[in-house]
Ligand binder design. Structure first.
Ligand code: FEO
Length: 409
């Protein structure tokens, strides 16, 4: 854990976390940095408390000691968002400090009761409210529901111009002791953005319309610094808001001029066609993300899908339906609402077919709006004629993707 003064009397307490599944589900190969903030006005408040992943707050308490802050002197907890990665420490905090006030949204109040049986000393704050910590630290609040739960608010300190938006503008990826985006080189930021897109697509993506609304509201706040609950702090507030605006737009598409190629194979028949397809794609001037299922996780596949305008699916029929890991990942992609992609599917027909039927069902049922080219299905081993058809369809798809993205610009 690390302490940094990011503005006058405003401290970031951060901890790098790795080797966990975020939300018990999403792999985070590069870990994540979780951030708490403390403002020392006449009164002391903690915002977005974190304490490691297990809810044990000893590390947080030792940092408070370093700051010469007695936990008992913290009288205000600003709970921007009740998800336990930000609130899980409150239970332990209660054992050493029974005299504190919580500031949260109306929905947050309900969730604090549901999660922790906290019903007393909770003050509801919202868009028009302010709270004075003294010494000029007047806090304003902006409701940004569903970024990422319905309870979420952002807190703005008028004294320092720091905006604390919790999950909004956050990222996966450990910061390794660095605090500001400006400490990263251009190359490092490009790499870091992959973790930001992983975070966005895995955690926030479903709520992209609400992200758009939140950004519109937050752009009106004269923030000098964006200090999220996860990842880097941004002095260039416009840069991270513009990036998030773009990620939200990718939901309805078009996204970038990229193709995600997801494939699975049982005995190598579909794989033989995949190898040919990859050779065809190598000759095309387009970025391609290739993922085999079930080997690659949902989160990894989703990260690529989010920025891709084109999708290629290759999988066999399996017991009258599609190869099950492909069905599972497509269901999740549909639930995250990666919509309106240009798509093409090929694969083994097995003895009965059925993959196409299930694919159409998922596309319709989840209102995905993916536009598919005519599929190529083969019985057993793909013939040279099948390979030629696949090659032709891939070239059509690449052209469609480029045209769609160009028309957007
Ligand atoms: Fe970082 Fe939605 O919690």
């Amino acid at each position: 854990m690390k302490i940094t003064e990011i503005a006058e009397s405003t401290y970031q307490l951060s901890v790098d976390v790795e080797n966990i599944l975020f939300e018990g589900l999403w792999e985070i190969p590069n870990g994540v940095t979780l951030n708490s903030y403390i403002i020392k006005g006449e009164k002391t408040a903690i915002i977005d408390g974190v304490c490691g992943w297990d809810g044990v707050p000893e590390t947080l308490f030792s940092l408070l000691k370093e700051l010469e802050i007695e936990p008992a002197s913290i009288k205000y907890l600003v709970v921007n968002h009740v998800e336990p990665d930000h609130s899980g420490w409150i239970e332990s905090f209660k054992k050493i400090n029974s005299d504190f006030q919580i500031l949260s949204s109306k929905k947050g109040k309900e969730l604090l009761e549901a999660f922790y049986d906290l019903t007393e000393n909770v003050t509801v704050v919202g868009d028009k409210d302010s709270f004075d910590l003294g010494n000029g630290h007047l806090l304003n609040f902006a409701e940004i529901p569903n970024v990422h739960w319905p309870d979420t608010i952002a807190t703005f300190d008028q004294a320092t111009g720091v905006l604390f938006p919790c999950d909004a503008f956050g990222s996966f990826g450990k910061c390794d002791g660095r605090i500001y985006a400006e400490e990263f080189s251009e190359e490092e930021l490009k790499e870091y953005e992959k973790d930001t897109i992983r975070y966005y697509s895995n955690i926030v993506a479903t709520f992209s319309p609400q992200v758009k609304s939140a950004i519109k509201k937050v752009r009106e706040i004269p923030a000098k610094l964006i200090a999220p609950g996860h990842g880097l702090v941004w002095k260039d507030t416009k840069a991270i808001m513009d990036a998030y605006d773009a990620y939200a737009d990718y939901q309805k598409g078009p996204a970038r001029a990229e193709i995600t190629f997801i494939w699975g194979s049982m005995y190598g028949m579909t794989e033989a066609a995949v190898k040919h397809a990859l050779k065809v794609l190598e000759k095309e001037d387009i970025t391609v993300h290739v993922h085999r299922v079930p080997e690659d996780s949902w989160g990894t596949v989703l990260t690529s899908v989010w920025t891709s305008t084109g999708i290629i699916l290759a999988m066999p029929t399996y017991e009258f339906k599609m190869f099950p890991p492909m069905g599972a990942v497509l269901e999740e992609i549909g639930k995250k609402k990666a919509l309106n992609r240009k798509a093409f599917r090929f694969g083994s027909f097995g003895w009965s077919g059925g993959a196409e039927r299930e694919l159409a069902d998922i596309n319709t049922r989840l209102n995905m709006g993916w536009e598919f080219l005519e599929p190529v299905e083969f019985k057993g081993t793909p013939s040279s004629e099948d390979m030629e058809k696949i090659e032709a369809q891939i070239k059509v798809l690449v052209a469609q993707v480029k045209e769609t993205v160009n028309n957007k610009q």
